[in-house]
Design a protein around this ligand. Structure first.
Ligand SMILES: [Fe+2]
Length: 160
């Protein structure tokens, strides 16, 4: 069966660490899609959503730190897009806790569309800026290891 979210090289922003994290986000969205369409138990679907939410939060924190350290002029507006999505996911998690919502295909399509638009618009702008003005920081070695070995929450907690 086809994946919900097929990666397209047009989505690359040109910064390897960011592109690899975006690929992982796509994999997590597809994992959530698989869990729903194969009628996995709601607990398991919920766990996958929570994992996606944590990964997203950590990915945004890493992007934002790269922006601050490279003095990116559009940092504040870019950050506000991240915050808006995080707020929406938090609101959804609260509704799920209260039994007032369920995880639907509409949600998955929303996440997919949000991510494609965000990457192709503002992440690409930052990617171009970072290639011209930034360089891979020391701390990215640790962050990258955490993000690719699915230990990102430990990285997040260590920084919180
Ligand atoms: Fe971003």
């Amino acid at each position: 069966m086809a994946e919900l979210f097929e990666w397209n090289d047009d989505y690359n922003v040109g910064v390897a660490d960011i592109d690899e994290q975006h690929l992982e986000l796509v994999a997590l969205i597809n994992q959530l899609h698989d869990a729903i369409r194969s009628h996995k138990a709601s607990k398991q679907v919920r766990r996958t959503l929570d994992e996606l939410a944590e990964y997203t939060r950590t990915h945004f924190a890493i992007e934002e730190r790269l922006m601050r350290e490279s003095n990116y002029p559009d940092y504040e507006s870019h950050r506000s897009y991240h915050e808006a999505l995080i707020d929406q996911i938090r609101a959804l998690q609260a509704k799920l806790d209260g039994g007032e919502a369920s995880i639907t295909f509409e949600l998955l399509h929303f996440l997919r569309t949000w991510l494609i638009r965000h990457i192709c618009d503002v992440d690409k702008q930052f990617g171009a800026y970072f290639i011209a003005h930034g360089s891979r920081p020391e701390w990215m070695v640790e962050a990258h290891a955490a993000m690719t070995s699915r230990r990102w929450w430990q990285f997040w907690k260590a920084r919180a």
